[in-house]
Design a protein around this ligand. Structure first.
Ligand SMILES: [Zn+2]
Length: 260
């Protein structure tokens, strides 16, 4: 699942390719936006905001969210796409480059002046220029729900997905079921911010410091495998803000005490 670091890298690749250039190709392959045309306008910037992407073009913002399957690719003009064309939902092209959004479930076009209506609800973003750890921690600390759920609430802190929530809580030694109000939210937030910043320029995300496949996570996806610290079997369950948002949760009952 794309997390804030993936979105950050995608935004920066597209910004490098597109910013300052005129749009020569603009094709949104979703029914309600099929007639939108921003050709002839200039790309100002492509910016990440939590897990949202904002292409600012002229006085418009093309907003997209990668959800579970979405990806943006950048190609030199004429280069062969790495995914089938029928999966493309958006193409933004300039004289030299094409940015292609594949399998993007959530895409919209709004005047940039109204961008806040789409992303204004988001909490502080650890990859943003205006990162406010104190405010993010305050919001998480005020949450009575399990800390795993609290960290994923994008209104409190924007950018962490399920992989981060699992890995952060392992490294902090916090049981994921613990009510967020009973945790040291500031320490959790600070650790998460360090992790996502360390990963933002890496193509393969790692939490353990190891880059070999299968060695990058402490607990995520390791149900039943031995804890890398103490050898205890990693446990798994699901937690979510509601039944539609249940996420897989992994933890070591010894390294993360407090398990019911
Ligand atoms: Zn352990």
């Amino acid at each position: 699942m794309p997390e804030g670091d993936t979105v950050y890298r995608a935004a920066h690749r597209m910004d490098d390719a597109l910013a300052g250039a005129e749009v020569t190709e603009f094709d949104l392959r979703v029914p309600q936006l099929a007639t939108a045309d921003l050709t002839g306008l200039w790309v100002d910037h492509v910016v990440p905001r939590g897990k949202h992407l904002l292409h600012r073009i002229g006085s418009w913002t093309l907003h997209s969210h990668l959800k579970m399957e979405g990806e943006w690719h950048v190609y030199r003009r004429g280069e062969r796409w790495r995914k089938p064309a029928f999966k493309a939902r958006a193409v933004v092209g300039t004289a030299h480059w094409q940015a292609v959004g594949f399998e993007i479930a959530d895409i919209s076009l709004v005047p940039t002046a109204e961008e806040e209506e789409i992303v204004g609800h988001l909490g502080p973003d650890p990859l943003g220029d205006d990162w406010d750890a104190e405010e993010a921690a305050r919001r998480v600390q005020a949450d009575p729900r399990p800390v795993h759920v609290a960290i994923l609430d994008q209104r409190s802190v924007a950018g962490f997905g399920n992989v981060y929530a699992n890995e952060i809580l392992f490294v902090r030694g916090v049981d994921p079921h613990t009510p967020a109000v009973d945790t040291d939210a500031r320490a959790i937030i600070d650790l998460g911010a360090r992790m996502i910043r360390a990963n933002r320029d890496r193509s393969a995300r790692t939490f353990t410091g190891e880059n070999r496949p299968g060695r990058r996570f402490w607990v995520y996806g390791r149900d039943g495998a031995p804890c890398r610290r103490c050898g205890t079997r990693i446990r798994a369950t699901t937690l979510g803000a509601d039944p539609t948002r249940e996420r897989n949760v992994f933890w070591c009952p010894v390294c993360q005490p407090g398990t019911p």
